[in-house]
Design a protein around this ligand. Structure first.
Ligand code: COA
Length: 260
């Protein structure tokens, strides 16, 4: 499939999605969000893809936010639709991906860009990255899940400081507060993201997907996460991967998971 604003490539079972609007610091316009929806949705059914790396084109930005020019004249209703559609069709789709998604944050991750990184399962940031939610400087608040996901990741106190100040923080600070999982030299960023996925690929894909669903249910008030965990745990027992994992352990060999 061809995308207007994404470069996509599959290598060694990793789908690389590069947001490709470098002259606009990869800002998320309508077309880019549409492309992202299809790329991540398609990957769910692809036998060639076991995990996804999301990054931005160039060395300056991962994504510098939602495209401000597109919503400059919006009214409340249009603003609400923008947030709802983005959340359900892109950000939630990434968070709920059954295959692990790693954000390789290669520069600015601001506003919708940080929200995009936070929807991914794991974040690795280049030493030069700067992240923040500057929406209050535009008279807005984050609308793509940022108030919720940042609070889950770093706690209410730090989330409020970042959102109310609108200030950027550097990669070291983002790492210190648990907003990113790892910091990397810029030249090793993709390699480190690949290594992370390859570690996960050695585990049972069925169990990895079940773990994503269980962890994603934490802190939601519409479902009981403990019940989700019990159900996911229970389902694992009927998987071929479970039988293989246990057999391999008992036979003192490496497991060969089929993902079934
Ligand atoms: N939406 C639309 N266009 C954006 C954008 C965004 N979120 N972020 C950057 N761009 C565009 C700029 O308008 C500029 O386009 P132009 O060359 O046609 O004028 C181009 O990307 C380069 O950005 P520029 O501002 O010139 O780069 P800089 O190095 O001076 O500053 C930033 C970099 C990231 C600090 C600055 O671009 C910025 O503050 N961007 C907006 C961040 C933001 O508020 N995001 C949240 C949106 S809800």
């Amino acid at each position: 499939m061809n995308y207007e604003n994404l470069l996509v490539d599959v290598k060694n079972q990793i789908l690389y999605i590069t947001i490709n609007r470098e002259s606009k610091l990869n800002a998320l316009n309508h077309q880019t969000l549409k492309d992202l929806h299809f790329a991540v949705t398609d990957a769910q059914d692809s036998d060639h893809v076991k995990g996804i790396i999301l990054t931005g084109a160039g060395s300056k930005a991962f994504v510098a936010g939602a495209d401000i020019t597109e919503f400059a004249n919006f009214n409340s209703e249009q603003g609400g639709n923008l947030a709802r559609e983005g959340q359900t069709k892109v950000f939630d789709v990434i968070e709920n991906s059954a295959k692990p998604v790693v954000a390789a944050i290669n520069g600015f991750a601001l506003g919708g860009g940080l929200e995009l990184a936070m929807a991914c399962h794991i974040r690795i940031a280049s030493e030069s990255a700067k992240v923040g939610l500057p929406e209050v400087s535009l008279g807005l608040i984050p609308g793509y899940g940022g108030t919720q996901r940042l609070t889950q990741l770093v706690g209410k106190g730090r989330a409020l400081e970042i959102i109310l100040s609108g200030d950027m923080i550097d990669a070291n600070e983002a790492h210190r507060i648990g907003l990113v999982n790892q910091i990397s030299k810029p030249e090793n960023l993709l390699k480190n993201a690949e290594d992370m996925l390859n570690r996960i690929f050695r585990r049972s894909p069925t169990a990895v997907s079940a773990a994503i669903r269980a962890v994603n249910s934490a802190g939601r008030n519409d479902i009981n996460g403990f019940e989700v965990e019990i159900n996911e745990f229970s389902s694992c027992f009927s998987s071929t991967d479970f039988k293989e994992g246990v057999a391999a352990f008992l036979e003192k060999r490496k497991p060969l998971f089929s993902g079934k």
